[in-house]
Design a protein around this ligand. Sequence first.
Ligand SMILES: [Zn+2]
Length: 109
Amino acid sequence: MDARSLPREVGPTEDGSRLRIVWQDGAVSELLPWLLRTKCPCAGCVDEMTGLRTLQPETVPPDIYPESIHYVGRYALQFIWSDGHTTGIYPWDLLRRLGGDHSGSTPSA
Ligand SMILES: [Zn+2]
C-alpha cells in the first residue's frame, strides 16, 4: 500500500461538524458525515452486480453523524451511523478520494 494513503491522525474537526484525516504526506481531508454516508460502498448501498448506487442521497438525513468509528485492520474505517447503518467499510483510498487533496494548504474554519 502507498504510505501516503495511510492516515497519521483521525478525529473530528474543532467544531465537530466534520471528520478530519491528516495523511502521512501531510495532506488534510475534512469530510462531511452526510457526504461519507451517501458514498457508502457497502452492498446495501451499491449494487454488487452493476456497481450502480442504490442508495438515494435524499433519503439520508442532512444531520446524520457517526455514532462511532472503528478501525478495520490497517486498511479501512467502519462507521456506525446515526440512522442505524453499520455495514459501510471505507478503505483509506476511498476516504482520501472523497476528501480531495488539500496538501500544503491549511483549511480555513
Ligand atoms: Zn452502505
